[in-house]
Design a protein around this ligand. Structure first.
Ligand SMILES: *Cc1c(COP(=O)(O)O)cnc(C)c1O
Length: 355
């Protein structure tokens, strides 16, 4: 049962640049981007703006910086941002909105990442010296902790309509907007046009080694360029990285459908394995979540045993495991991982050993 190769389902960030991508990086034309001299970065920023139908875009080192800059653009200290309680911006970015921007967060618990319009009613703070000023609504699509869920388009329209009526700014954390677009067939720009600013990541399913972009109106993106500099994100001959992102935009968007098919394949196999339960949400994109029954053992025990057999999956809660499909795992890898998972589950019962 032992494999030589590691089958890595921890995240879609683990992909390595393909030979074609490395070749594009090696031959990239570069210049000092802080001085505005890098033609490859400029091409990337133009391409992203074009795909999202935004006036401008800015290449940034990470999605975390992109979201942070967005909060800084839309809010001042003492403002409040409404976000989903399981969102990346609220849970996995060190509270940068508070640490660096002086902004308060108002988390709303959605159902697997989806907030319902009625949950937002009454959340706008009255204008009164006691209160923070409600200023921004952020949404995440696809929703990472929500198991890669796509926010239904009509739901997004409704939430955005509410925010507009209340004069809030709107930011989309679209780290995996590519996946939402491929899964639904709804073009990137139709999602993006609903928001003032949009973050997209090249380093997730698209398979680039580094980088995200923040897209929006020209004046805001000019301001974003200032914020990126003070945050230490001004980069010099960074066309080598922009070339990887450009390559990914050209070659790696449509193929996300394969990742989605592999995730469904993994889900179908998982359902046949005892002690494992898929979460009660459709596997729409490349992320799936499953629980291991306490009678068998814990998620940490299962992930350690899988690791011993060459399969990496991440525990995200005491009984929960996340598996993500991507460019570096194919359908045979999925079948192999399922075989190992079944073997590990059926041959080991940690909770019996310990009792
Ligand atoms: C990964 C991720 C980010 C942040 O990206 P980094 O480049 O890792 O900082 C933001 N939002 C979501 C939904 C993500 O999955």
């Amino acid at each position: 049962m032992k494999t030589e190769r590691i089958l890595d389902f921890r995240s879609d960030t683990v992909t390595r640049p393909t030979p074609g991508m490395r070749a594009a990086m090696a031959s990239a034309e570069v210049g000092d981007d802080v001085l505005g001299d890098d033609p490859t970065v400029q091409r990337l920023e133009e391409r992203v703006a074009e795909l999202l139908h935004k006036e401008a875009a800015l290449f940034v080192p990470s999605g975390t910086m992109s979201n942070l800059i967005a909060v800084r653009l839309h809010c001042r200290p003492g403002d409040e941002m409404i976000c989903e309680a399981d969102s990346h911006i609220y849970n996995y970015e060190q509270g940068g909105y508070a640490q660096i921007c002086g902004v308060a967060a108002r988390p709303v618990q959605g159902y697997w990442g989806l907030m319902q319009p009625e949950q937002l009613e009454g959340l706008i703070r009255p204008q009164n010296v006691h209160f923070v000023r409600t200023r921004l609504l952020t949404l995440e699509n696809t929703h990472n902790r929500g198991g890669g869920r796509v926010q239904p388009f009509s739901l997004v329209e409704t939430l955005v309509g509410w925010a507009r009526r209340n004069h809030l700014a709107l930011h989309l954390d679209g780290a995996r907007l590519w996946n939402a677009s491929v899964a639904t067939g709804i073009p990137l720009h139709e999602w993006a046009q609903l928001f003032d600013t949009v973050n997209v990541c090249f380093s997730k399913g698209l398979g680039a080694p580094v980088g995200s972009a923040l897209a929006g109106p020209k004046d805001l993106i000019a301001e974003a360029r200032r914020h990126r500099k003070v945050l230490g994100g001004g980069m010099r001959q960074v066309g080598v990285l922009a070339a990887a992102a450009l390559y990914a935009l050209e070659h790696h968007i449509d193929r996300l459908a394969e990742d989605h098919a592999n995730a469904r394949r993994l889900a179908a196999g998982l359902m046949e394995i005892p002690f494992l339960t898929l979460m009660p949400i459709p596997v729409e994109t490349n992320i799936l979540l499953f629980d291991v029954a306490p009678e068998w053992g814990t998620a940490a025990q299962l992930s350690q045993l899988l690791k011993d057999h060459g399969v990496l999956m991440l525990p995200t809660a005491p009984q929960r495991i996340r598996a993500v499909t991507h460019l570096d795992v194919n359908s045979q890898d999925v079948d192999e991982a399922l075989g190992i998972l079944r073997h590990v589950i059926c041959e080991h019962r940690p909770c019996q050993n310990s009792s």
